[in-house]
Design a protein around this ligand. Structure first.
Ligand code: SKM
Length: 274
């Protein structure tokens, strides 16, 4: 049986195994998808093992999306630009190719929500691999401006500089989460994205009560109802959780590993049961 791994830390919460195993079964593909908790110290060995012939590839999740890059043989140009990999495709000769399906997955789900990039002022919370994918995807889509808000200002500046080098016409800036200007930027934004992992536990949120207006779409990459989304609803904003993005980034990865169209409805049903 062929294998696909989810490499991250933590991974126990992930819906990817249920989602991908249902898709593999539906298409009669003799492979299984398995989450393997992997520390940073274990990462090189985990990737070396992935070169064995029975592996189709892997997904990579927090906190390793940037750290895997130097361990791969080839990075697709889009993933190289983003500086984050969430999908590894094992080539027939054993070489490992790094791909990013988070960026197109986010754009596909935003489009499904009826969102268009015209006249958009975006705030991205976080500067992780997922935040990098969101920043480059939205910059390429042609939004007006992006503000990256992060606990570590250095990491936010790094990401803003990379995106600015890529899209000189884009208005982009970086703010520390503790900067008083954050309140005003959030009040005026039209899309607020949580790209941090804060929200997996009920009491966690990147911002307790974001002062979003009713004109704002609040998008949480966490794929459950979060405290952030509840606070946004109370403010009258539109909200969307990360379920659609999980399915779409997974479907794009599945198509790369198997060469077959992904059964998106089966994947949604298996992951979320509705
Ligand atoms: O990029 C995705 C990853 O492919 C899978 C995942 C999950 O299983 O929770 C989350 C995102 O990081």
């Amino acid at each position: 049986t062929a294998e696909i791994l989810l490499i991250g830390d933590p991974v126990a919460h992930s819906r990817s195994p249920a989602m991908h195993n249902a898709a593999l079964a539906a298409l009669g593909i003799a492979a299984r998808y398995r989450a393997v908790q992997t520390t940073a110290a274990e990462l090189p060995d985990r990737l070396a093992a992935l070169r064995q012939p029975h592996f189709l590839g892997a997904n990579v999740t927090l906190p390793h999306k940037q750290a895997v890059i130097p361990l791969l043989d080839e990075i697709e140009p889009a993933a190289a630009r983003i500086g984050a990999v969430n999908t590894i495709v094992r080539q027939p000769d054993g070489r490992l190719l790094g791909v990013n399906t988070d960026a197109p997955g986010l754009l596909a789900d935003l489009a499904a929500a009826g969102w268009t990039p015209v006249e958009q002022e975006v705030v991205i919370l976080g500067a992780s691999g997922a935040a990098r994918a969101a920043t480059f995807a939205l910059a390429d889509a042609g939004v007006n401006g992006i503000t990256i808000v992060n606990r570590s200002l250095m990491r936010a500046i790094d990401l803003a500089a990379a995106a600015a080098a890529n899209q000189p016409a884009l208005r982009i800036r970086a703010l520390s989460l503790s900067d008083p200007a954050v309140t005003d930027v959030i009040a005026h934004c039209t899309l607020l994205i949580n790209a941090t992992a804060l929200g997996w536990h009920d009491d966690e949120t990147p911002i307790a009560d974001p002062p979003v207006g009713a004109h704002c779409l609040v998008y949480d990459m966490v794929y459950r109802e979060t405290a952030l989304l509840r606070a946004a609803v109370a403010r009258g904003a539109r909200v969307r959780d990360g379920r659609g993005m999980l399915v779409e980034q997974g479907a794009l990865a599945f198509e790369r590993w198997t060469g077959r169209p992904a059964p998106r409805e089966i994947m949604w049903q298996a992951a979320f049961g509705v």
